[in-house]
Design a protein around this ligand. Structure first.
Ligand code: NAD
Ligand code: DAU
Length: 329
């Protein structure tokens, strides 16, 4: 299979490429990535001899048409992915997440190539803390931020291209990922690298917001289950029953890294901050036989802390600028 991976130099995309090279010797990977502030070509260095890298924009129609014409399937990770950035500067979220997905859909339609579109549980909005239900494939869309509404827009475009033009596509909506190669702007790596650089942990508001954590390899194995066995036109929710309050997560990080559990700062909350995400992944488990391999969040978190300790050369060059960006916001 000749597989085009958009956004393959980002956090989840790079881990997907590593997993694919490790476990799928029958797959030839081409990565298309714009190398924005979030894209790190060096994340692909260990697999460089097995991967063709193309530096370019998913909204570049000519380039995308050529690359899609050369492949059998596309996995579309490329996106602007950070909510805080979308609140400061929404425009790139529109051009990449919406126009970029439209550009890819048109190429997929012309060349009749199979597409898997990567999306987020944030398209559903948020749940009350005491809501007994969780997000399901049938939950109505109700996004809150410029980021999540741009992802919701992209999902709806994919659904329309399936129904109106008969393209062969699937969609997955996953909860919060953690693991190696995640940008230090995001919650877990930000706190780990704050402690590693003598800074303090930063908790938005009271820290009661709940996220449903999943290890990035479990997400990517679910993507492969969908590529292998998913039904065309279907949506699959991906989650590993990993609900934790942000306060619980920072307590674990602080204690695992040898600090007192109260050694953190409360900082100004994110405007419109979603309260809680929670995924019901029954369809994925029952229909495609997927099960997460990381069952203990503490083990996955310990491995992630170890990765950041051992790979300072990967995150150090962008740490100060990321914190300066937060400080000036
Ligand atoms: P990321 O920000 O780490 O990586 C995004 C990648 O896309 C980067 O390599 C960047 O250079 C590239 N990119 C950005 N704009 C581009 C463009 N116009 N053309 C080509 N490449 C471009 O993001 P991530 O956390 O790895 O997320 C990947 C995908 O997974 C996104 O679609 C995101 O919405 C989705 N998702 C993320 C999570 C999560 O917890 N991180 C959860 C569910 C879904
Ligand atoms: O749910 C899936 C989504 O998860 C993905 O679609 C997004 O791409 C991904 O970024 C993530 O979105 P969140 O906004 O949930 O992730 P973030 O890491 O920014 O924040 C996680 C929680 O931690 C959130 O409640 C805000 C809080 N937070 C975040 C930062 C950066 C803090 O308390 N302190 C911080 O310094």
């Amino acid at each position: 299979m000749r597989l085009l991976v958009t956004g393959g130099a980002g956090f989840i995309g790079a881990n997907f490429v590593h997993l694919t090279v490790r476990e799928r010797s029958d797959v030839q990977v081409t990565v298309l990535d714009k190398l924005t502030y979030a894209g790190r070509r060096e994340s692909l260095d260990p697999v460089a001899d097995r991967v063709r890298f193309v530096h370019g924009d998913v909204a570049d129609a000519d380039l995308v048409d050529r690359l899609v014409g050369e492949c059998d399937a596309v996995v579309h990770f490329a996106a602007e992915s950070h909510n805080d950035n979308s609140l400061r500067s929404p425009e790139p979220f529109i051009t990449t997440n919406i126009v970029g997905t439209f550009t890819l859909l048109e190429a997929v339609r012309r060349h009749q190539v199979r597409l898997h579109h990567i999306s987020t549980d944030e398209v559903f909005g948020d749940l009350a803390f005491d809501d007994p239900t969780r997000f399901m494939e049938t939950t109505p869309y109700n996004p809150s931020s410029p980021y999540s509404s741009s992802k919701a827009s992209a999902d709806l475009l994919v659904r329309a291209w399936v129904r109106s033009f008969g393209i062969e596509a699937t969609i997955s909506n996953c909860s919060n990922n953690y693991g190696p190669h995640q940008h230090v702007e995001k919650f877990i790596p930000r706190q780990i690298t704050n402690l590693l650089t003598g800074r303090r942990v930063k908790l938005y508001g009271e820290g009661l917001n709940v996220r449903d954590w999943i290890h990035v390899d479990d997400h990517n194995r679910a993507v492969w289950a969908i590529l292998d066995r998913g039904e065309m036109g279907e949506t699959y929710l991906i989650g590993a029953d990993g609900e934790q309050t942000n306060r619980e997560v920072i307590t674990l990080i602080l204690e695992m890294m040898g600090h007192h559990r109260d050694d953190f700062d409360h900082v100004t909350d994110r405007p419109g901050h979603d309260l809680r995400y929670a995924i019901d992944a029954t369809k994925l488990r029952d229909e495609l036989g997927w099960e997460p391999q990381y069952r203990d969040f503490k083990d996955g978190l310990a491995a992630t802390i170890k990765w950041y300790r051992n790979n300072e050369e990967w995150w150090r060059p962008v740490k100060d600028a990321t914190e300066a960006g937060y400080a000036s916001a």
